[in-house]
Write a protein that binds this ligand. Structure first.
Ligand code: DGL
Length: 280
């Protein structure tokens, strides 16, 4: 069975493009529709009810595009709103927390796992729960989890300061407790952080395993498409890749370019999902 409808992907803005890139790598025949809620970003500093409302509005928009699957390409939205979206969506919903937790548990040798994310994601405790749950499923004992919010990393990534002295100093400050704790695996539980992975890896030192939740999520997307029998056929024209933003398209494309590497977006359209009425 095949299904050529697109996969809907949303994020608070451009960070989710790091997840999108991994989806393109993992399932290159799939068409995608990406929505970046740039005008209401960042999500990482907002309350749970706000993020649930935003996420439900984004879901409504993507459902109007007849998508066959939704990917919440934002850790904060996954942490706050996944359960609600799963209940209301009429297609499968993939979040980014569980896949990252799984890879972390299978990577650690000394059982010490670090999690870095936005303040919002850390405050939910969702990642910690997911790692503990996965570790229990795998029969792992003596797992220790160390969490650290790194809010400035988002701005540094958006500024394009992926490998600068400021970023290095900031990373040294944030990561000090995790280094001292001796974590051997670090989950980059925010969509922006993989862009800083060179500096993060160097600061953490040799032997550290950095978990890119986008990569882990793309793997889950691929498995789910196969399991549900909804993969796309290869098309002679290639997959369709559309972009929408709630802010200005030109601005989105300018900032998005370095996030996507070669797959530069063009023809981005504007759409505001805040017109949708949702009840929480
Ligand atoms: N996309 C968000 C996340 O992964 C980071 C940016 C934001 O705070 O909106 O948590």
């Amino acid at each position: 069975m095949t299904d050529n409808r697109p996969i809907g992907v949303f994020d608070s803005g451009i960070g989710g493009l790091t997840v999108l890139r991994e989806i393109w790598n993992s399932v290159p025949n799939e068409s995608t529709i990406y929505f970046g809620d740039n005008s209401r970003a960042p999500y990482g500093t907002k309350s749970k009810s706000t993020i649930i409302r935003y996420s439900l509005q984004n879901l409504k928009f993507l459902e109007t595009k007849d998508v066959k699957m939704i990917v919440i390409a934002c850790n904060t939205a996954s942490a706050y709103a996944y359960e609600e979206l799963k209940k209301r969506a009429n297609v499968p919903v993939v979040e980014v927390v569980t896949p990252g937790a799984d890879v972390a548990c299978r990577s650690t040798k000394n059982g010490k796992i670090g999690i870095i994310a936005t303040k919002g994601t850390i405050s939910t405790g969702v990642y910690k729960d997911a790692v503990e749950r996965r570790a229990a499923e795998l029969g792992m004992k003596d797992i220790e989890i160390f969490e650290q919010a790194c809010p400035l990393f988002v701005s540094l990534a958006e500024e394009g300061w992926w490998d600068t002295e400021v970023t290095r100093l900031t990373a040294e400050e944030y990561l000090k407790p995790l280094k001292e704790a001796g974590v051997d695996t670090l989950v980059m539980a925010c969509t922006h952080y993989p862009l800083l992975s060179k500096v993060i890896g160097e600061v953490m030192g040799e032997g550290i395993v950095l978990v890119n939740t986008g990569e882990a999520t793309a793997q889950v997307v691929s498995e789910l498409l196969n399991k549900e029998g909804i993969s796309s056929e290869e098309s002679a024209d290639g997959p369709v890749r559309e972009f929408y933003t709630s802010d200005e398209p030109e601005l989105f494309e300018k900032v998005a370019a370095p996030f996507l590497g070669e797959g530069l977006p063009s023809g981005t359209r504007h759409f505001s999902t805040d017109k949708y009425e949702v009840t929480i």
